[in-house]
Design a protein around this ligand. Structure first.
Ligand code: F6R
Length: 601
């Protein structure tokens, strides 16, 4: 998604802006631009495609000035083009914007054409320029503009003739003010501001900020001046480097033994599960789990855990459906939202729908300062560290681990598992980082297999029980970064339709650890092989011994308590997708059309 940076500095701003935009690249973008004020004159440069195009343009046509704003754009209203790229400008004002102005059509009608771009954002600068024309000063003009906007936005305004002023505003999209020594910053996330300052003030919903080099003044949605706490944020620089890996995704896959150990240290105490926050799981009748994408798949796995270990019924929803379905949310229902970024627009809207109806709002989030974390009654951290690769890997594995810890905790609280079973599961959890390390040893095999998977146009993933959502994860990872069409089915569903797809060109990846449903899955696998489908069986040593005959390829993982198997089987899902994508030469960390944090509906 789009990224914002604003600087009131004491050096030339352009290189610092481009550097900050580089740190925002991971969010996904298709054009970029900056604007500065020098000798009182506002000017801007914009380019389509990767940041190198903007950097090259700036070599040809430099921009001077110590005050500036910058933006990476992920197209929503209008395709990627220079005209649609930010900053947008009308006369004396330029603006960068994340989010969507929902009433932009009405504003366009009111302001009248002609329009330079197809964007909703252009209405913001045009409106602000109109207020400047009416004689309002920059602050009042920006505030009056923001008062007229509907939708979700983070905005940063820069004005002609104002070399010591940025106006920032937030509604629905995160934005922070960074405090330096005689310098001030605005950024859409802590990573953008990381090397510039570690002192941030997050704007709250509806807030505006008037930023000068002397400091920032904050105003609430009604325009009343208000106090906002400054916090020190530790963005571990090491975690935003590739550390010798070719891609962030590879680095993040290999970090998993460590990030798992980090989260387990927070949720385990001796042979007990002891989450950092307590919840009375025995006082709730059912759980609604809501999320998007990979986070929703983590919920689908957790449904098996909560139902089996805690005998607690769980409904899993895709956030974009949940929010509009207007289903009943009873007072005994616990609503639980899972999100890496904590800013996903649909998940946040779903949370707001459940608020006031559900017994409590729980969340499992990676970014502790995020909107979802802040708006929850209890926000369970996953401690995965900064995740840069668009395809979620280490965050998914830590989401699963936290959800399993919560399911065990719920089982203990509800008396459905005893201390001995809890201790067994804790021992298995403690062994996980080591097992994930061992599982990473299959990488050379995955690389070799990937060369062959890369030739396919379609790939099917099958699994039963918790391996069904893991098959979904395998298919999602593969399609998003390799662009190969992939689908997942519960293996028992195969004969109800998808088996028609099977022929000798179709690779079928089967996730089947030796567990209670292994034999059933193997029967379904035989049905594929009887029709010449090419089965890649992902299993453990016992499974390989029992069922390798006649399969195309086998990947053997360490043996593990079946309850924890989905966490381990994330590794082959990730490695197969990663190496297939590398082999196809796609942009692994920033796949086409995708964004890291999806802050629009
Ligand atoms: C896929 C992926 C996405 C996200 C989804 C939700 O690899 O990363 O499907 O899981 O966009 O994002 P968060 O977890 O930030 O709410």
């Amino acid at each position: 998604m789009c990224g914002i940076i604003g600087i009131l500095g004491d050096h030339q701003a352009a290189p610092i802006l481009v550097d900050a935009l580089r740190r925002l690249e991971y969010r996904g973008y298709d054009s970029a631009g900056i604007a500065t004020v020098a000798d009182g004159r506002l000017d801007r440069r914009r380019a389509v495609g990767k940041l190198v195009n903007l950097a090259d343009l700036l070599v040809e046509q430099p921009l001077r000035g110590q005050a500036g704003i910058g933006h990476t754009r992920w197209a929503t209203h209008g395709g990627p083009s220079v005209a649609n790229a930010h900053p947008h400008r009308a006369g004396r004002v330029a603006v960068v914007h994340n989010g969507i102005i929902e009433n932009f059509r009405a504003l366009r009608g009111e302001l009248g054409g002609p329009w330079e771009s197809e964007t909703d954002t252009e209405t913001v600068v045009r409106l602000c320029e109109t207020y400047l024309d009416q004689g309002l000063g920059p602050k009042d003009a920006a505030f009056a503009t923001v008062d007229r906007l509907e939708g979700a936005y983070a905005l940063c305004f820069l004005f002609d003739g104002e070399e010591d002023l940025l106006i920032a505003a937030r509604a629905g999209s995160p934005l922070a003010v960074g405090h330096g020594e005689g310098e001030m910053f605005v950024g859409s996330d802590a990573i953008a501001l990381g090397p510039l300052t570690d002192r941030l003030t997050y704007l709250q919903e509806g807030d505006r900020a008037v930023v000068t080099r002397a400091g920032a003044r904050f105003f609430d949605a009604e325009g009343n001046q208000t106090h906002r706490e400054m916090t020190r944020i530790r963005v571990d620089a090491a975690r935003i480097e590739k550390a010798g890996h070719r891609h962030f995704m590879a680095k993040e896959i290999h970090e998993q033994p460590q990030t798992l150990a980090d989260v387990l240290a927070l949720y385990l105490d001796g042979d007990r599960v002891a989450p950092p926050l307590d919840y009375d799981w025995d006082a709730t009748d059912r759980v609604q789990m809501v999320a998007c994408g990979t986070a929703q798949i983590a919920c689908a796995v957790a449904k098996y855990w909560f139902e089996q270990l805690a005998r607690l019924p769980v409904e899993v929803d895709i956030a974009s459906e949940y929010r509009y379905r207007e289903g009943p949310v009873g007072a005994e229902t616990t609503a639980l939202f899972v999100s890496q970024s904590g800013e996903t627009a649909d998940t946040l809207a779903a949370l707001r729908y459940a608020k006031g109806k559900a017994r409590r709002i729980l969340s499992v989030v990676n970014v502790p300062e995020s909107s979802i974390a802040r708006e929850s009654d209890l926000a369970f951290p996953i401690r995965a560290g900064v995740e840069i690769g668009v395809a979620s890997t280490k965050a998914f594995v830590n989401q699963l681990t936290v959800l399993l810890a919560l399911a065990v905790r719920a089982g203990v609280a509800r008396g459905t598992i005893d201390a001995a079973r809890e201790a067994e599961l804790v021992a298995a959890l403690r062994a996980l980082p080591g097992l994930v390390s061992q599982a990473l040893a299959i990488e050379p095999r995955c690389e070799a297999l990937a060369m062959r998977l890369a030739e396919a146009t379609d790939i099917l993933f099958l699994g039963r029980g918790t391996m069904y959502p893991m098959a979904q994860e395998g298919a999602l990872k593969l399609k998003e970064i390799s662009y190969i069409h992939a689908e997942a089915y519960a293996s028992g569903e195969l004969k109800h339709g998808p088996i028609a797809l099977v022929d000798r060109t179709l690779p079928v990846v089967v996730f089947a650890p030796m567990d209670a449903v292994f034999d059933k899955t193997v029967s379904n696998m035989q049905e594929v092989m009887a029709r010449e489908g090419k089965v890649l069986l992902v299993t453990d040593s016992r499974g390989a011994e029992a069922a390798s005959h006649g399969v195309w390829e086998v990947l053997v993982l360490p043996r593990i308590d079946p309850v924890l198997a989905p966490i381990l089987y994330a590794v082959p899902a990730q490695l197969l997708a990663y190496h297939t994508a590398v082999h196809k030469g796609t942009d692994v960390d920033q796949p086409r059309n995708l964004a890291k944090s999806v802050t629009v509906e």
